[in-house]
Write a protein that binds this ligand. Structure first.
Ligand code: 0O2
Length: 229
């Protein structure tokens, strides 16, 4: 997830366009062009709303308790290539309506915290807000994935206020510690989605995730001890 969206919808890779033309899907995409652009703009607004909510929480904590539970916030809008690929994989036709109905990770916000307990503190405060509706929660911290992946995933609906209507948009929020993010970023780069199945490397990665989780807890204990002193 980078701070900026990868590419506007009109700038698809040439090779990818070729492939789409061959699949006779391009016509459909062009037909949906305007509706697609509008939908993407709505998701961008939803990202801004959610990012602001986390920034406000962080500011309040720093004023009240003199500490920032959030280290960084990264946002991303799913690229048109990834959207098309995901729809194709799920055998769903390409249209703005289908995207909104079936995909919940078009708008992504990643919140990086220093300590594991800050993740729950911040997510509880966020979910307690009366305009946020929780659709799904996956706690890969309490229940790490088989490969060692840890993060708290939330799918929420947030309202955006347009000139003549209020719209609810889905946003995927991933909350992690710096250590979890470090592991996930490297694993994403070297292994995730690569379709490899090397048992030794899988074990190595899982071990790294465990070492990193233990480090998170030790640092958290040190902080707690220093605070009580
Ligand atoms: P990208 O490239 O980061 O956007 P779905 O969202 O329907 O495809 P699922 O499995 O229900 O599938 O979603 P889940 O488990 O909530 O995971 C969604 C996102 O979490 C992924 O998005 C990754 O960003 C991250 N993630 C999940 N598992 C792993 C993992 O094992 N390693 C790493 N590094 N990241 C993971 P995308 O769209 O798959 O990828």
């Amino acid at each position: 997830m980078e701070k900026q969206e990868k590419k506007p919808a009109t700038m698809l890779d040439e090779g990818f366009i070729e492939q789409l033309l061959q699949n006779e899907k391009m016509e459909r995409i062009l037909e949906e062009g305007e509706a697609f652009q509008t939908l993407m703009a709505y998701y961008r607004c939803a990202i801004m709303e959610v990012e602001t909510k986390f920034n406000v929480l962080n500011t309040e904590f720093s004023l009240r308790y003199d500490r920032n539970p959030i280290e960084t916030i990264k946002t991303r809008l799913k690229s048109p290539e990834s959207i098309i690929e995901k729809l194709h994989r799920k055998k769903i036709p390409f249209s703005a309506e289908m995207i909104e109905e079936n995909l919940s990770d078009i708008a992504g916000v990643r919140v990086i915290c220093a300590f594991p307990e800050d993740i729950y503190l911040i997510s509880d405060c966020f979910l307690a807000q009366d305009d946020i509706r929780l659709i799904e929660k996956k706690d890969y911290i309490k229940n790490p994935k088989e490969n060692g992946y840890r993060s708290l995933h939330l799918i929420v609906e947030v309202p955006i206020f347009l000139h003549d209507e209020k719209r609810s948009m889905k946003v995927e929020v991933q909350l992690r510690t710096i250590a979890m993010d470090f592991w996930a970023s490297l694993e994403h780069r070297i292994y995730y989605k690569k379709g490899q199945d090397n048992k030794r490397l899988r074990n190595e990665l899982r071990e790294c995730a465990e070492v990193s989780a233990a480090l998170d807890l030790r640092m958290q204990d040190i902080r707690a001890e220093l605070e009580t002193e």
